[in-house]
Design a protein around this ligand. Structure first.
Ligand SMILES: N[C@@H](CCC(=O)N[C@@H](CS)C(=O)NCC(=O)O)C(=O)O
Length: 211
């Protein structure tokens, strides 16, 4: 039996739950834990000077930055593959991941910050929503309507998309119940379909339980 990979973090973080999804899909045993003092605790800063989650320990290997961790898993534990073997397929999966990260999650973090404030800056909210809508439009064009985001099996594109869409829902709730996904049919169909995937189901249940 393999020693579990330690993932420092909380399941509600989109950066953390995409890593958990990859562990589940690759059937890698893992242990999710948060140091008592949080991301900036001396314990975490000792192994990750950025003081960010996720940070992982796999034996003696310590890594941070979710994208780097996911690529490391793919190289170290290639079966089952989460990045297709074809150059075109791999590029497409990485493209969906990059668009989700750079044009959607980044905007959601900005909205999350504003929604957490007693008095949100409405100009920032408006500008960020425009950028978010554009990112979502592009994702709506790139993703398949299910059962997975690309190809025939679960890939890193699904790890990124699921974590992004859970966060999208959460930020919408924080903003007073706004439906941020809107009428984007492909994303809506994808979201309904991927929720039936057992790794996604289990991860969504963990997120819901964490509140
Ligand atoms: N680019 C990083 C982002 C990680 C990140 O920002 N994590 C947040 C949690 S959602 C964090 O650690 N925040 C705690 C802090 O900055 O003190 C990744 O992909 O892993």
């Amino acid at each position: 039996m393999r020693k579990p990979i330690t993932i420092f973090g909380t399941i509600t973080s989109p950066y953390v739950n995409r890593v958990v999804l990859a562990c589940r899909a690759k059937r890698l045993p893992y242990r999710l834990t948060m140091p008592a003092g949080g991301a900036k605790s001396p314990e975490l800063l000792a192994i990750n000077p950025l003081g960010k989650i996720p940070t992982i320990k796999d034996g003696h290997q310590v890594l941070f930055e979710s994208g780097v961790i996911l690529e490391y898993f793919e190289d170290k534990y290639p079966a089952p593959r989460l990045i297709p073997s074809s150059t075109a397929g791999a590029a497409r999966v990485r493209l969906i991941a990059a668009v989700a990260e750079n044009y959607v999650v980044t905007m959601l973090v900005r909205l999350f910050v504003q929604a957490s404030r007693a008095a949100p800056d409405l100009a920032i909210v408006e500008d960020t929503r425009k950028k978010l809508d554009h990112g979502l439009d592009v994702l709506n064009q790139l993703a398949c309507p299910g059962p997975v985001a690309f190809g025939r099996s679960f890939t890193l594109a699904d790890c990124y998309l699921v974590s992004t869409l859970v966060f999208l829902e959460r930020v919408g709730v924080m903003m007073g119940g706004v439906d941020l996904m809107g009428a984007r049919k492909t994303l809506r169909r994808y979201w309904a379909a991927i929720r039936k995937n057992p790794h996604v189901k289990a991860t969504l249940a963990d997120i819901a339980a964490a509140g």
